[in-house]
Design a protein around this ligand. Structure first.
Ligand SMILES: *Cc1c(COP(=O)(O)O)cnc(C)c1O
Length: 449
């Protein structure tokens, strides 16, 4: 048996709200499996830390979102938001389910093409689309969503160069009752700028407006904002068709539906504050029915990101050391830090253990491995006394972490996917020195050997 290291006993101040007679200690949260596979076994095989995605959960979420919209409206298409999570395996699951790609840079565009998505199945958004990428996108028939007047000019030049009329959509921004308003993207409806852009496109005679797009925010807790958005978009569509003579084939309402994650500063649990997918679907489709004139129903596009992937992703991390802080809190140092958890800045994560641990819970803090004071995953959590090697399962972390994670101080870890069949697939290898130094150049005169 390993010799136990001696540690001076400490008196733990358990906060009164938790220690009063009759107030039970919070129940330990335990998760032993993901997608039916034991977490401990995956860590044994692939090391720690580990991101793990649950394929079945992704597909189920997608299907229920698709069902919520397609059961209400005849013509629905989802576009997977690459920036939310562009691991190939994750994108491929969504594409297999029928989603097209939604990209916001030439890099993401190339990534979608590389995966086998045709140009016509790519929505190309974003405030900066380099000229060459517009040429490629126009040639390949992508859905280009214009963000600025400068981009109208660029695309007219592309149309001249290619010798054909380019179908385009414009991005809109508007007041939906949500503040701050995301007014920096696209053309504003209320000021008349959107209508000006439409007229400008018409006057140029080189582009054909076929769609209207907006993306009003992210983690939207008010489904009604989508009702306002869709209403304003359909009314603009009616006006454009009547006054300018373009035929609008589709309305793209963007993404932004919340996941069941716990925003910092919001005290009610996500089950209470997050609208259901049916709430969002009802808001959007009812606005379509109330405002569409005649019976030509434009195709409805959605660019849902976060809502579809967040809860299918977990980060498993292990305790590497622990100590007692001067305020008597226990500090656990774990092998994954905020460099891997970009969404830490917004969320208080759900943190679970993979085994039952006996003993009372005590106030603790979970610190990452970075030599940076900000590397705190949870600064106040009640945990039973953990041992070195104990694992913590952090969730939901499927959205925006494996795209916004940083290579900083440590290598980024492996990513696994547990398949529907219960197999474990390695979908991203852990980083090593050569990955990071590949693009560095050391001038000859500075070479040390
Ligand atoms: C980021 C983004 C999305 C996805 O947003 P979520 O909040 O993850 O649903 C959709 N459309 C555009 C244009 C985006 O920039």
């Amino acid at each position: 048996m390993a010799k136990k290291t001696y540690e001076k006993p400490t008196i733990i101040k358990v906060e009164s709200s938790h220690s009063k007679a009759g107030v039970p200690m919070p129940k330990q949260k335990i998760r032993k499996k993901i997608g039916g596979v034991a977490i401990d076994e995956m860590v044994e095989r692939f090391g720690s830390p580990l991101f793990i995605f649950d394929e079945k959960a992704i597909r189920e979420k997608y299907r229920s979102a698709y069902e919520a919209f397609s059961s209400r409206y005849p013509n629905v298409q989802f576009g997977w938001s690459y920036k939310t999570n562009y691991l190939k395996a994750v994108c491929a699951v969504f594409h297999q389910e029928g989603a097209i790609a939604e990209v916001v840079s030439e890099f993401e565009y190339e990534k979608a093409r590389e995966l086998g998505i045709e140009g016509k199945d790519i929505i190309y958004n974003g405030p900066y689309k380099p000229y060459d990428s517009l040429v490629t996108a126009a040639k390949e028939g992508a859905k280009i969503h214009i963000d600025t007047f400068d981009e109208i000019n660029d695309l007219e030049k592309v149309a001249d160069e290619l010798g054909f009329e380019i179908p385009v959509a414009i991005r809109l921004n508007m007041d939906t009752g949500i503040y701050p308003q995301w007014s920096r993207f696209g053309f504003n409806i209320e000021s008349g700028q959107a209508m000006d852009a439409v007229k400008r496109i018409k006057a140029g005679g080189k582009l054909r407006l076929t769609g209207l797009h907006a993306h009003i925010g992210t983690f939207m807790l008010d489904a009604n904002a989508y009702k306002v958005e869709t209403t304003k978009m359909v009314r603009l569509m009616n006006e454009v068709e009547e006054k300018v003579g373009f035929t609008i084939e589709y309305i793209d309402v963007g993404g932004g539906f919340a996941s069941k994650n716990h925003l910092r500063g919001i005290y009610q649990p996500p089950e209470v504050v997050v609208p259901t997918i049916d709430d969002y679907a009802e808001a959007i489709t009812s606005a379509l029915y109330e405002n569409i004139r005649g019976n030509s129903y434009p195709k409805l596009y959605l660019e849902t990101g976060r809502h579809l992937i967040d809860e299918a992703g977990y980060l498993v991390t292990s305790v590497v050391a622990s100590k007692t802080l001067p305020d008597s809190r226990r500090s656990y140092i774990v092998d994954a830090g905020v460099n891997l958890l970009y969404t830490y800045f917004w969320y208080k994560f759900n943190i679970e253990l993979t085994r039952e641990v006996s003993g009372i819970s005590e106030p603790a803090m979970i610190n990452g491995p970075l030599c940076m004071n900000i590397d705190v995953i949870d600064e106040s959590i009640l945990l039973p006394r953990l041992r070195r090697g104990d694992k913590l399962v952090i969730s939901p972390v499927g959205a925006y972490n494996v795209t916004q994670w940083m290579q900083f101080i440590r290598y980024r870890p492996r990513v696994l996917m547990v398949t529907e069949e219960g197999n474990v697939e390695l979908i991203r290898e852990r980083e090593e020195l050569s990955d990071i130094e590949k693009r560095e150049i050391l001038p000859d005169k500075l070479k040390l050997k």
